[in-house]
Write a protein of this length. Structure first.
Length: 246
């Protein structure tokens, strides 16, 4: 997957236009485990939304396997690039229906759908008594877990996660990071995870994209990155923001 080109301000409009993301250019590869980090408001969610075409860029092009995203039909794109947002909805479906939905869109037969759901429910220790529940009968963390299972059931090429551990307890966070490592290393899935919890990012990722005010400040391997300096930069940016908000 490649995001290239520059979202440049039209000079006439420059004074009026505020770009959420600017001059971003990077390429990600099969099996990458990428932590997307940055202070609150840096543009992490906006970038994830662009990568699965929930939003459109005002300039520049995003490619998946050399194909510009707008040339890929929406259903085909969503099968290849799955996004788990911070607050996921099951859209009135039961958990079972929500897990089956992306697979029915692919016209898999009932048996194959059930096998796939069973496989990922086992890998992610999804309790079977959740399957008949609706989102009203799930806690925020449980809903988040179902959304993660739903994304994995689809077995996408690229998995995008926005703060997936924010509502999870430590046991589930650890299990998630282990499964995400496995899908990247064994299945070749590219995983991009926005995460405020740097200690989790550090133990899991092999590469870091650091956004600052909508621009890519660092694109480094986990080994190259100075984690202590990154932490200080993020704390300073968030302190400055909270002073501005007060
Ligand atoms: N729909 C929108 N319209 C206008 N501005 C928006 C919209 N969505 C987000 N923003 C602004 O874009 C900037 C980036 O927001 P974004 O949610 O991408 O940041 P983030 O890095 O994910 O933050 P957080 O860590 O708090 O989730 C912020 O200044 C935000 O206020």
């Amino acid at each position: 997957m490649l995001l290239s080109g520059k979202t440049r301000a039209d000079e006439r409009l420059a004074a009026d236009v505020h770009y959420l993301l600017r001059e971003l250019s990077f390429e990600v590869f099969r099996g990458d485990r990428i932590a997307l980090v940055g202070a609150s408001g840096a543009g992490k969610t906006s970038l994830l939304r662009l990568l699965n075409r929930l939003s459109e860029p005002t300039g520049g092009v995003i490619y998946l396997d050399n194909q510009p995203l707008p040339q890929i039909p929406a259903v085909a794109l969503r099968q290849q690039v799955a996004l788990v947002l911070q607050e996921s909805k099951l859209l009135g479906m039961t958990v079972q229906q929500a897990l089956a939905y992306p697979l029915t869109l692919r016209h898999l037969d009932k048996r194959a759908i059930q096998d796939r759901i069973q496989k990922w429910s086992d890998r992610l220790h999804l309790p079977s008594d959740w399957l008949e529940r609706t989102e009203l009968q799930l806690s925020v963390g449980q809903r988040q877990w179902v959304a993660i299972v739903r994304a994995l059931v689809a077995e996408p090429k690229v998995l995008l996660l926005d703060e997936p551990t924010a509502s999870l307890d430590m046991g589930r966070s650890d299990l998630l990071l282990k499964v995400l490592s496995d899908v990247a290393q064994v299945d070749g899935t590219t995983v991009i995870m926005a995460n405020h919890q740097l200690e989790l990012a550090e133990q899991w990722c092999d590469r870091v994209l650091h956004l600052e005010q909508g621009q890519l400040r660092q694109d480094l391997t986990a080994q190259q990155l100075d984690w202590q300096a990154l932490k200080q930069t993020l704390v300073a940016a968030e302190t400055q923001q909270s002073e501005e908000w007060d």
